[in-house]
Design a protein around this ligand. Structure first.
Ligand code: SF4
Length: 135
C-alpha cells in the first residue's frame, strides 16, 4: 500500500487556500487543510474540503467538445482552437469587436486571467471582459 500526501492549492476560487491531497495507490482519496498556509491557516470551506471528488470523476471533461450535426463530439485541442479562431473572426467581421465578450474565471490563475484580458483588448479589440468568481 502506497500512501502519501501532495501539497497543492485549491483551484475553486481566488483565495488560494493550501491543502494536501491524500493519495492511496495512485488514487486521490481525500483532502487535508494545510495548517502552515498563511491564507487558510488549517481551515477550508466546503468546496475545498471536497475538491478531491472532481479530479477523478468519470463525468469530468477531458477533451474539448464541438457540436457537429447537433451532437457534441470530442475533438483534439488543435481542432478546437482552430474552430474558436475561425468563429471569433467570423463574428468580429460580421458584427464588430464589441459583439464579442469574454468571461474569465476564478478557477484560472491571476496570470491566465490577465492573458484573457489582454487577448480581449489587444487581439479582439473589445473591453467586454468580466469575471465570475464562481464560474
Ligand atoms: S474554494 Fe474555499 S477552500 Fe478553495 S480557495 Fe476558495 S475559500 Fe479556500
Amino acid at each position: 500500500m502506497d500512501y502519501r500526501t501532495v501539497l497543492t492549492t485549491c483551484s475553486y476560487c481566488g483565495c488560494g487556500c493550501g491543502l494536501y491531497l491524500e493519495v492511496l495507490d495512485g488514487q486521490i482519496i481525500g483532502t487535508i487543510p494545510c495548517k502552515t498556509n498563511p491564507i487558510n491557516q488549517g481551515k477550508l470551506c466546503v468546496k475545498g474540503w471536497n475538491i478531491h471528488e472532481f479530479i477523478q470523476h468519470p463525468s469530468r471533461l477531458r477533451q474539448p467538445l464541438i457540436r457537429k450535426n447537433g451532437t457534441l463530439t470530442e475533438v483534439g485541442w488543435d481542432e478546437a482552437l482552430d474552430h474558436i479562431v475561425s468563429k471569433l473572426k467570423e463574428i468580429k467581421e460580421a458584427h464588430g469587436s464589441d459583439s464579442i465578450a469574454f468571461l474569465a474565471s476564478a478557477k484560472a490563475t491571476n496570470e491566465e486571467n490577465y492573458l484573457i484580458m489582454k487577448f480581449a483588448r489587444a487581439a479582439v479589440g473589445t473591453n467586454n471582459v468580466d469575471h465570475c468568481a464562481r464560474l
